[in-house]
Design a protein around this ligand. Structure first.
Ligand code: SAM
Ligand code: SF4
Length: 468
């Protein structure tokens, strides 16, 4: 296949390295940048490098405080919930860190049949999930048409009040026509993680004779996605392959590139850390400590204020809890990585030969929701923006004047109420309605409050899918 890159290399490795190598903390400049962050303005790569250089405990604490404030003012106290659904793990690539790599002979290979996919969907819907991310290995079997068909199945399969309302995708980069095909099936965000922005390291982990060995094909994946009509783009880096400081600056360079070229920044950023996986026996000299991880999440929060930040169940309950305070806005819950795993007994342990990597947070969806409520977070299953066409540039127009807080909080309350009525345990229902009452009492606009209360009453009497 002849490749159409549709973009150029915007990562200058030596320039990025020069931005942080030997750099000392500059308190005056850092405080000027914090003031800019409080105005909810995105940072340049050079400004982000100033935050990367912070080393004193006082400035670090100020940075966490600024990130906490920014998160509260932009996002309120919502946490969006989703579930990953692994559709197939055949893979023609050989990424050295991944349990699905073609050379991992002990990995059990599987692709869900249409009937198995339906069963998985019913299990997820009966837990209360509304938002999914479908995950695929890279293989000719997982063509754009196949991904589109899986997406349509997700929207079609419904039971009782259960339905999937948003399907995001994490799959190999496509060409422009491929993106058009999956867009036509109604996908939300298309995610492609660069893994590492550092070219020499990229070559080390992705053999040159594999599809994924082509750095530029992957780097330009989101450019082609936009040209194919997808304006909710998800970028990410796999932390632990190279210096975290380089990766943070690479991610921000990517965000700035998309903003400059298309007028739309990334919809989400993901920052997975490498976890143990089947046949993972490579040295990882750049493993990121919890302290550095916390720092990089705060830096990203400040650098790209309107980009959703996703933290998956790769990480533990404790860390997720802490990072939700000042950065993370989306988490997965009740996660099973095994293909076909949602039909298994919830208490069944992991079998690494059938899964991509080890999960750090194994709680059920209801337990995660209860825990969020206890910590005064509103769990949200909202899919309203996407379905009302508020994506890409339009999303930004709405988001900037405080829209997220004004509309998203009521929408989070409405989708939470649906969950509480249809799926929750008794203790979660009690906590949920307590928090809804508290949020209603705090609503300042009487018109909105009245409309939200009316919709909540409708939900209690059986109407579903109400939103602003
Ligand atoms: N095959 C497609 C690709 O590589 O883009 C999409 C699916 S791949 C399973 C999704 C992501 O999983 C990768 O982009 C990578 O960042 C992450 N991943 C791979 N191995 C991992 C590991 N051992 N620990 C944590 N994340 C891992
Ligand atoms: Fe395949 Fe993706 Fe795993 Fe690489 S990361 S081996 S492309 S599934």
């Amino acid at each position: 296949m002849k490749k159409e890159y549709s973009g150029t290399d915007f990562i200058n490795d030596s320039y990025i390295t020069s931005l942080y190598t030997g750099k000392k903390e500059n308190p005056d400049e850092v405080r000027r940048i914090f003031a800019k962050c409080r105005e909810k303005r995105a940072l340049t790569v050079e400004e982000t490098a100033e935050l990367v250089a912070i080393s004193s405990p006082e400035l670090l604490e100020e940075m966490y405080q600024t990130a906490r404030e920014l998160k509260r003012t932009v996002y309120g106290n919502r946490i969006v919930l989703f579930a990953p659904l692994y559709v197939g793990n055949y893979c023609i690539n050989d990424c050295k860190y991944c349990g699905f790599k073609k050379s991992a002979k002990s990995t059990v290979r599987k692709t869900l049949s249409p009937a198995e996919l339906e069963k998985e969907l019913l299990s997820l819907e009966n837990m209360g999930h509304k938002r999914l991310i479908l995950v695929f290995g890279e293989s000719p079997i997982y063509s754009p048409e196949f991904i589109a068909e899986c997406t349509r199945t997700c929207y079609r399969v419904k039971e009782g009040n259960g339905e999937i309302r948003r399907v995001n995708i994490n799959a190999a980069p496509l060409d422009i026509d491929g993106y058009k095909t999956v867009k036509a099936a109604g996908i939300g965000t298309f995610q492609v993680f660069q893994e590492t922005y550092h070219k020499e390291t990229y070559a080390k982990y992705h053999p040159a004779d594999t599809m994924k060995g082509d750095y530029l094909w992957r780097l330009t994946a989101m450019d082609r996605a936009f040209l194919g009509g997808i304006d909710d783009m998800g970028i990410g880096a796999l932390f632990g392959l190279y210096d975290w400081r380089f990766e943070v600056l690479g991610l921000v360079t990517h965000a700035v590139h998309l903003q400059e070229r298309f007028g739309v920044g990334p919809h989400t950023i993901s920052f997975p850390r490498i976890k143990p996986a089947q046949e993972l026996n490579i040295p990882l000299p750049y493993e990121v400590s919890d302290a550095d991880f916390k720092k990089l999440v705060a830096i990203l929060r400040l650098a790209v204020p309107y980009t959703g930040m996703i933290m998956t169940a790769r990480e533990s309950e404790e860390l997720r809890s802490e990072l939700m305070q000042f950065g993370v806005s989306q988490i997965d819950a009740g996660t099973h990585l095994e293909i076909g795993g949602y039909q298994k007994d919830a208490s069944a342990g992991q079998e690494l030969d059938k899964e991509q990597f080890q999960v750090g947070d194994t709680r059920s969806l209801d337990d995660v929701i209860y825990w969020l409520l206890k910590n005064d977070f509103i769990p949200s299953f909202c899919t309203s923006c996407y379905r009302k066409g508020r994506t890409g540039e339009h999303f930004m127009e709405f988001a900037i004047p405080g829209f997220i807080k004004r509309f998203c909080t009521p929408n989070a309350m409405l989708t939470l109420a649906e969950y509480l009525m249809d799926y929750s345990s008794e203790r979660t229902r009690r906590e949920g309605f307590r928090l809804i009452e508290k949020e209603l009492a705090a609503m300042e606009d009487p018109k909105f409050k009245e409309q939200t209360m009316a919709k909540l009453e409708q939900i209690k009497s059986g109407t579903r899918d109400l939103n602003f």
